[in-house]
Design a protein around this ligand. Structure first.
Ligand SMILES: [Zn+2]
Length: 150
């Protein structure tokens, strides 16, 4: 059984406050870096929390509202410079992926080249030696998903 370290990087919707940034949660195990959403300010909060990323990073974007993903591109640019071997595998439903890919295309590929975008399917969409990730549809204003980590 894997030991998970969960760090709430941001817990705000729409706008940050003095003490809270936009939505993002980091889950670390011995063999996985997982980010559930990546709102603006996520990478600053990771620095403050002493979280160092590298290798494969799984990013699950729950839906297409901007506060759930605007931190992704700054993080990708930083990773390109600080850990060029790192790969950010971004999983999202199709409408969200389309929006993410539009933003990525507007940026220079030299800076966001470590990003890959993959649609998740309902059920298990990722697994490694110790963990699985499962997505479930969630009722929200737009197509959304809930993540189950086992
Ligand atoms: Zn929303």
């Amino acid at each position: 059984m894997a030991l998970y370290t969960i760090t709430f990087l941001g817990t705000m919707a729409y706008r940050p406050t003095e003490s809270r940034t936009l939505v993002s949660t980091y889950v670390g195990t011995d063999d996985m870096h997982l980010m559930v959403d990546c709102g603006e300010g996520a990478q600053s909060r990771m620095v403050q929390a002493g979280i160092t990323l590298g290798g494969e990073i799984i990013v699950f974007v729950s839906h297409k509202h901007a506060e759930h993903f605007l931190g992704l591109f700054g993080l990708a640019i930083t990773m390109r410079v600080m850990a060029p071997e790192a790969r950010l595998r971004v999983f999202a439903e199709s409408e969200t992926l389309a929006r993410l890919q539009t933003v990525a295309k507007a940026l220079d590929d030299r800076f966001v080249g470590g990003l890959t975008f993959e649609p998740f399917r309902e059920g298990v969409f990722y697994e490694n030696k110790t963990s699985t990730l499962q997505a479930f549809p969630l009722q929200h204003l737009v197509p959304s998903a809930l993540l189950l980590l086992n």
